[in-house]
Design a protein around this ligand. Sequence first.
Ligand code: NAD
Ligand code: MLT
Length: 532
Amino acid sequence: MDEKGIRILVSDQIEQVGRDHLENEGFRVDFRPGLSPDVLEEVIPQYDALVVRSATQVTAGVIEKGAKLRVIGRAGTGVDNIDVPTATRRGVLVMNTPGGNTVSAAEHTVSMMLALARNIPQAHMSLTGGHWERKKFVGLEVLEKSVGVLGMGKIGREVARRCQGLGMRVLAYDPLMQADAALKLNVELVNLDELFRRADFITVHTPLTADTRGLINDESLSRCKKGVRIVNCARGGIVDEAALLRGLESGIVGGAALDVFEQEPPGESPLLRHPRVVVTPHLGASTEEAQEKVAVQIAVAIADALKGRAYAGVVNASILHMAINEDVRPFLQLAEKIGRLAGQVVDGKIRRLTVSGEGDLVSGSIELLKAGVLDGVLSHFHPDPVNMINAPVLAAEMGIEVRELKRGGGKEFLHSLGVVLETEKDSIDIVGTVFGQSSWRLVKIDGYRIEVNPGGYLLIYRNVDKPGFLARVGSILAETGINIGSVSLGRKKAGETAMTIMSVDDPVPDSVLERLSQLEGVSGLRFVDLRD
Ligand code: NAD
Ligand code: MLT
């Protein structure tokens, strides 16, 4: 498809520079921020890609209606406004811009912490309201206070560095953080309980997940120092708002600074009016620099993905980045072709797929090649559109066991890919390789040595290894006007069973397949369509 045929909907406020980049790449871009959920579902079938910030809710309904949708791009970090499992199930790539707004979010967090410590918003409101209340707004220094950083990812680390600059002690909790990383950052790695017990300020920087929802709750607050200050510039819901309000009212919590809310906008929340709460309307990433960076990053990422040039910032198919490696790409095409062939020749419900690699190139990209084989196998009969993003999910749903086998024994080829597909009553074992950059070859089927280019139409059968057999098959095809392109014969021992694979120029009608299968000595005859 030419680029102009590719339509991209930008449904949130994304900087012009990002939209320009997409247009300069030749795509047709519609900028329509503020669409209602109903209108979004109505228009989404026209688009190949959707670009959002945090306002648009990309629900399962939106994704399912997006019949042409290939990519959803999030100009920012959190993808909790996107139904990622549904996108993956439908084979839609989800991309974000990790790092693009890290510094802005960290600076905002520290600003909020200081504003909270010194009552700046409250004092501002009082003064602009005509009062001069110096006693009322006495604050506290942050120097030598302990700050507990929950989540030491990109933003948490930047916040920690800035807090250290202010002379604070940093207590860090992150299940993925190793002791040597903590040592390098000069932070004290503690467990959750210790963090709650010792911190004067707690700032959260985790994603919102089932594990982190309500991480700050009644129970955790009850373990905190009296007067603890809570900062949430990550995601609404990590701090349980009702528990926070109870903590403020009981005095356990000395104050809170919130940039994000369980509901956005938060409406009539009593937290907003609480005198010891400082709030901003999800402004963590709202700087000129961050917005420009994320707009450009997501535009570049989407254009690269749509044109198959690169896959940066992919959230739901990390294997794809290997697909652009020029040496791996031909093997990926081989994997898909082998998968299509295997899927067409086996009978019955698929039970198991085993993939094995020979040579570093194939073994090193086996995860990607597995997805390629599955894509080929499933695209033959799955009712939904299949690609490498959703093939592993669909296979798991169908109860197909997918495994990788380390190949032992001597090396036959520099690089080769082996695939065994087993059903409840059948199986096929195929080995293929690539010569040069794009000469794909099947080199073994069910242990028979052959040499076949996997493309076009193929006839595959076993026959008794006797003279004149090929001529009989050839004459039946000739009667029907079907031209034979090439023939590969493999046998394990002269006079026993042989494997024949024949490329033909046209589809073979069922009636002819029937006649061929009735030839004495022929078994397992299959017609396979491997056209591109
Ligand atoms: P990140 O992925 O780099 O870091 C997240 C960290 O949280 C990881 O190190 C992870 O190990 C850790 N983590 C996960 N579960 C945890 C748990 N149960 N306890 C402790 N740590 C846990 O992400 P990031 O870019 O640093 O973003 C952090 C948060 O900030 C995200 O929620 C993101 O959506 C949000 N964010 C908000 C704004 C804003 O405008 N307010 C801007 C950017 C990012
Ligand atoms: C993010 O996750 O990147 C933030 O919520 C920033 C935003 O989109 O405003």
